[in-house]
Design a protein around this ligand. Structure first.
Ligand SMILES: CC(C)(COP(=O)(O)OP(=O)(O)OC[C@H]1O[C@@H](n2cnc3c(N)ncnc32)[C@H](O)[C@@H]1OP(=O)(O)O)[C@@H](O)C(=O)NCCC(=O)NCCS
Length: 189
C-alpha cells in the first residue's frame, strides 16, 4: 500500500524523511530506549538513515508494517514514531523525551486504530511493553485497551529472546473508554 497521512487537531502522522534523520538519531540516544524498545543499540546515524530510506518504505510496500512520523500540526519537527505490524496488529511507538506528557501518543494511537479498523487492515490491535513501563501502559489504557496480562513478547528482543511482556488488546468493536483490570500503578493518579 502507499503511505497514508492521518491527522487531528493534536497530531499529524506522515512519512519520515531524510530531514528527520538527525532528530531520530538524537532521540534514540535516550538510555531508556535500550531497555523498553527493540531499536538497534547503540543507535547510530546509519540506523536512522536506513530506518527512513529502507525499513519504513519497505514495510508499506510489503504491507507488513505501517510506520509514521509523529508531528505536531503546523510544525515540521518529528517528535516521535508509531508503527502497526500486519497481520499481527502489534502497535509500537516512542516520543522524544522533550515531547512526553502532552498526549501525543494516545492521540496517534486513536488515529492509527480508527484508520486500521475502518479500512479493515486489522480487527484487533495488540499492545505490549516491558513489565513496569507505566508511561506506555497509561497510553494504552487511556485509549481503551484491555489488559490481558503478562505473556511472552510477540516479537523478539535484540538477543533473539521473547521476554515476558505486559500485553493489552483493543478490538474494532471495543468502545474507547478505559477498561477495568489494569495494574494499580497504571491506574493511579
Ligand atoms: C510511552 C510514551 C510513548 C508515552 O507518550 P506520551 O505522548 O508522552 O503519552 P502521554 O502524554 O499520554 O503520557 C503518558 C504517561 O507518561 C508519563 N509522563 C508524563 N509526562 C512525562 C514526561 N515529561 N516524561 C516522561 N513520562 C511522562 C505519565 O505517566 C503519563 O501518564 P498520565 O498522563 O496518565 O499521567 C513515551 O513516554 C515514550 O516515548 N517512552 C519511551 C519509549 C516507550 O516506552 N515506548 C513504548 C514502548 S511499549
Amino acid at each position: 500500500m502507499r503511505p497514508v497521512e492521518l491527522s487531528s487537531p493534536l497530531v499529524r502522522l506522515d512519512q519520515p524523511t531524510s530531514g528527520d534523520a538527525e532528530a531520530i538519531f538524537e532521540y534514540c540516544q535516550d538510555p531508556l530506549f535500550e531497555r523498553v524498545l527493540t531499536v538497534p543499540w547503540p543507535y547510530g546515524r546509519e540506523d536512522a538513515a536506513s530506518f527512513i530510506s529502507g525499513y519504513v518504505p519497505a514495510g508499506w510496500a510489503s504491507d507488513r508494517e505501517y510506520t509514521w512520523a509523529v508531528r505536531a500540526p503546523g510544525s515540521p519537527e518529528l517528535i516521535g514514531v508509531i508503527g502497526l505490524r500486519v497481520p499481527s496488529g502489534s502497535i509500537g511507538y516512542w516520543v522524544g523525551a522533550p515531547h512526553r506528557g502532552h498526549g501525543y501518543i494516545p492521540e496517534a494511537q486513536r488515529l492509527v486504530a480508527d484508520w486500521a479498523f475502518s479500512t479493515g487492515v486489522v480487527d484487533a490491535i495488540t499492545w505490549q511493553c516491558v513489565p513496569g513501563n507505566i508511561a506506555s501502559a497509561r497510553t494504552a489504557r487511556k485509549i481503551g485497551f484491555s489488559f490481558v496480562g503478562e505473556m511472552p513478547a510477540d516479537h523478539p528482543h535484540r538477543d533473539g529472546s521473547f521476554p515476558p511482556a505486559w500485553t493489552g488488546r483493543l478490538l474494532a468493536t471495543d468502545d474507547r473508554a478505559p477498561k477495568a483490570g489494569w495494574p494499580a500503578d497504571v491506574v493511579a493518579d
